[in-house]
Design a protein around this ligand. Sequence first.
Ligand code: FAD
Ligand code: UDP
Length: 370
Amino acid sequence: MFDYMIVGAGFAGSVMAERLATVYGKRVIIVEKRPHIGGNAYDHYNDDGLLVHKYGPHIFHTNSQDVFDYLSRFTEWRPYQHRVLASVDGQLMPIPINLTTINQYFGLNLTAFQVEEFLQKLAEKRETIRTSEDVIITKVGKELYEKFFRNYTRKQWGLDPSELDSTVIARIPVRSNRDDRYFSDKYQVMPLHGYTRMFERMLDHPNIKVLLNTDYHEVKNIIPYREMIFTGPVDEYFDYCYGKLPYRSLRFRHETHSTERFQAAPVVNFPNEYPYTRCTEFKYLTGQEHPKTSIVYEYPTAEGDPYYPVPRPENAELYRKYEQLAKDTPGVHFVGRLATYKYYNMDQVVAQALTLCTKIIGMRRRELLN
Ligand code: FAD
Ligand code: UDP
């Protein structure tokens, strides 16, 4: 008899398994339908020996000391500050939009002080900031919105920014200084030996069993367990009884090139050209030295594995119905990006799982992480 059946071996499932086994002494079985652990953060060495992220680029960043310290038990880190260039009008310019971007795009030589005034003139006033369109138009005006954000967003989500919550585009800041880093979090690091190695160490515990290549439907009535932790899509768990929650998917095109460097930055975004949104060159992220280099293009699609919840009011409303059902389902805990329908980064999922652990075990965060 297992104490917990955990569905999914991504961050949510693995953190739950590790803490419930280590701190609470529980016996857990993780059931994962893919042939590997790590969820969407899974990485592996490809046929040419290059470390790649199967499901697109994963860069770890957090402001949470707890999350950073907790994961540091399972990995050493490589400092890494992520930088992205956007291909606009035949030029590569830094995104997030910053002083350099503005000067390059408009052919100016403004100072940080002048650029604030300049942006204030471009920005449009809006009564409320409700949508992703509002966020950008009120910061940089229509022209930069059209060039850097509108088409990228339409491609990525199949929706106009005016149809998406403000939180989507608000992930990308606008800066009046020359800081061209994609993130500004306190900790910006990559697991030194990759994500999968980190997950292996998390799950290396005598009380944790992992069953790969198995959909939980196949075993839920065969393997005895007391409670379930579910990290898959919440609407799927309830057989879509209120209808399907929209999740955006991606198709990944991985390539290896016989050259040491492929592009000028770790990621190049293509807001206006091509059916893909961005191209990532992994060696920048991993720090690997190799005579060849591997890249991945991301093609957004409506069908396929669920990768992104789609933040907009009607979806939040539909999710609330599933959330209520989840609350009314005893013995099953829902956690993670798909199970709580939240556009969460890895660190937010870790924090959410740690919080759920404190509730289940009845411990304070401090004790849980001792
Ligand atoms: P997942 O990793 O999706 O794990 C859920 C697992 O459950 C999956 O392995 C799935 O196979 C399994 N499962 C589902 N249904 C079943 C079933 N019926 N039976 C058995 N198993 C099942 N975050 C960052 O912080 N930085 C980044 O740079 C970043 N980049 C990203 C890039 C892309 C392209 C994507 C899609 C996401 C990115 N993220 C990034 C977000 C990050 O991937 C997630 O926050 C995190 O991986 C979510 O973990 P999770 O455990 O909630 O879900
Ligand atoms: N975005 C954009 N242009 C860009 C980069 C991002 O319009 O060059 C918008 C787009 O809507 C995207 C969102 O900002 O989905 C969040 O971008 P982020 O890079 O955080 O997306 P993720 O890495 O989660 O796919």
